[in-house]
Design a protein around this ligand. Structure first.
Ligand SMILES: Cc1cc2nc3c(=O)[nH]c(=O)nc-3n(C[C@H](O)[C@H](O)[C@H](O)COP(=O)(O)OP(=O)(O)OC[C@H]3O[C@@H](n4cnc5c(N)ncnc54)[C@H](O)[C@@H]3O)c2cc1C
Length: 422
């Protein structure tokens, strides 16, 4: 049995802790925050490949009770209100499970309760400072002066990982995507019921005149929305107070033929806009007894819609690679894990970047770009429906033979066709 030290109690850290315990190891999670991050963050979507991985951790049932089903999306031009294309958000698993949109907090809460139930200890206020390596294991040293010894340190510590530079000091910094992210949820009943031009569960994505945004309705009548304004060096919307933030966003959607201005006006608590980034590739995901999972290894643009799903996939793949092994086998198991995950993760990062590209539009070129967008989506509609199977149909077989690890990604037959995310 290995003693595993997981750094970070986000989605990747908690999923990895559960997977490593399933693999027969002892796990402790160390989190920099002083307390659980319940209630923090906006919302995200778990795609069907994420649910497939959750199934292996026996958490699919719990996760399908969170948020609401969002199996479809439609794209529109804001300037004319013209419909561009409809997509499925990854189809469904054989039992009918579809993509679901949920608050980051409820997904986190589900994982934390699952870890508690399994007796996995989470220590808060433990910010990793460095790691000391010796022939018989690793010692994680925390900023408060305490330390913990183990055989393996798993860096699940997000975009600004402390473990990543310990694996390779030349690892690149995150790459900026010039889009901000903000959003909110409007309580049911605050807007006229006939205002929303989209049925519950369908994400309406709009290439607006000045800003890309998306809104959708949950079955209880609440409206969930996000917006990706262009990041400009001349302004810093993160410093705006809530009322100025509302005016700034209202101005960005003004003139679009959608109800977005009313939706913004009815939102009580608009998320402070934050910058977005990704990683093209990092030199190595592991060295000695150190390894990375989730955003620490391969952050993708939020436009991939895959951040949480990929983190859960990593967790399952790492647990499977380390299943039942002893200390001497760690380097080989970590190599198998990286080999299995790297190319898929980097493809998703690239895909997310491509999804973000049409959202990055200057107002000056907008009319021309509207025409190009129409042509692009018309050609996309002609493509085969299964072009995006590689994203959504991924299955990690926990029981696969070790020799098959590197090539075990396989298509799951008999599922409905799927399509890309905007
Ligand atoms: C509070 C919070 C809110 C979020 N809200 C959203 C959202 O609304 N929408 C969305 O799409 N995505 C959101 N994300 C990101 C999303 O959860 C991740 O992209 C995805 O789930 C993969 O997560 P991760 O676990 O790899 O990284 P993260 O979610 O970033 O988790 C990393 C964890 O490691 C901890 N940590 C960092 N450095 C150290 C250190 N040195 N020592 C110990 N612990 C450390 C962090 O405090 C954090 O808990 C949020 C992340 C966080 C942390």
């Amino acid at each position: 049995m290995l003693n595993c030290l997981v750094i970070g109690s986000g989605i990747a850290g908690l999923a990895t802790a559960i997977s490593l315990q399933k693999a027969g190891h002892q796990v402790t999670v160390f989190e920099a925050y002083r307390e659980p991050s319940d209630g923090v963050g906006g919302f995200l979507t778990v795609a069907v490949n994420g649910f497939d991985a959750l199934d292996t951790l026996e958490l699919k049932g719990a996760a399908t009770k969170l948020g609401f089903s969002t199996p479809q999306m439609s794209m529109y031009l804001g300037s004319t209100g013209k419909h561009l294309i409809d997509f499925d958000y990854g189809g469904s698993l054989p039992d009918g499970t579809t993509a679901r949109t949920m608050t980051r907090s409820e997904l986190y809460g589900m994982f934390r309760e699952a870890a508690d139930r399994r007796g996995i200890r989470i220590e808060y206020g433990k910010r990793l400072a460095t790691v000391k390596e010796a022939s018989d294991g690793v010692t994680a040293v925390f900023a408060d002066g305490t330390s913990a010894q183990g055989h393996l340190v798993v860096g699940a510590d997000g975009l600004h990982s402390a473990v990543r530079p310990l694996i390779d000091p030349s690892a690149p910094a995150p790459r900026n995507i010039p889009l901000l992210n903000t959003g909110g949820i409007v309580e049911a009943g605050l807007l006229p019921s006939d205002l929303l031009d989209v049925e519950p569960g369908r994400m309406k994505m709009v290439f607006g005149k000045r800003c890309f945004y998306c809104y959708m309705q949950d079955p209880g009548g609440r409206i969930w929305w996000f917006a990706n304004p262009l990041q400009r060096s001349s302004e810093d919307p993160a410093t705006l107070d809530p009322s100025a933030r509302k005016s700034w966003l209202t101005h960005l959607v003004a003139g679009d033929r959608t109800p977005m201005a009313q939706i913004i006006a009815a939102t009580d608590d608009i998320i402070r806009p934050y910058t977005t980034s990704d990683f093209p590739s990092i030199p190595s995901w592991h060295r000695g007894g150190l390894v990375l999972v989730g955003d620490a290894a391969h952050a993708a643009s939020p436009s991939s819609g895959q951040g949480a799903s990929m983190a859960i996939e990593d967790a399952v793949a790492l647990g499977r690679s380390l299943r039942g092994i002893s200390r001497e086998d760690i380097p080989g198991a970590l190599s198998s894990y990286e080999k299995e995950r790297r190319s898929r993760a980097e493809l998703v990062v690239e895909w997310g970047r491509r999804n973000a590209a049409p959202k990055i539009r200057g107002q000056f070129k907008r009319v021309f770009e509207d025409l190009v967008l129409k042509a692009v989506f018309r050609s996309l509609a002609r493509k085969t429906a299964d072009s995006f199977d590689w994203v959504y149909r991924h299955h990690i077989d926990w029981d696969a033979a070790e020799t098959a690890l590197a090539s075990q990604s396989k298509s799951l037959p008999g599922r409905p066709a799927n399509q890309p995310l905007g």
